[in-house]
Write a new protein. Structure first.
Length: 99
């Protein structure tokens, strides 16, 4: 079908991008290497740290300064969730290192 063939083409493009990132660049968001489970989890921890300490708090600050208190509170909730994600990933990384 049309959509299945388009999806297959998109998947192939994504896999090509991933291969390039793995071998040439790493994670463009965190500047960390990617590839194996250890590298991927370590990179994800860096991303969660950024989201929880910089991105969402910055969004909250901007929203609050513009009078959007509900949005600011939502961004603060997301920052907290990202902190929890980071903790879970840190535990997972520890388990990987111990196995």
């Amino acid at each position: 079908t049309l959509f299945r063939s388009l999806a297959e083409g998109e998947k192939n493009q994504a896999m090509g991008h991933l291969e390039f990132l793995q071998h040439e660049v790493g994670d463009p968001v965190t500047n960390q290497p990617i590839g194996n489970s250890h590298e991927n989890v370590a990179s994800a921890i860096v991303g969660e740290e950024h989201d929880s300490t910089n991105m969402y708090p910055g969004f909250a600050q901007t929203a609050r300064s513009e009078g959007f208190e509900d949005a600011a509170e939502w961004f603060e909730t997301l920052a907290h969730a990202e902190t929890q994600h980071k903790k879970r990933l840190q535990r997972a990384l520890q388990e990987l290192q111990n196995s």
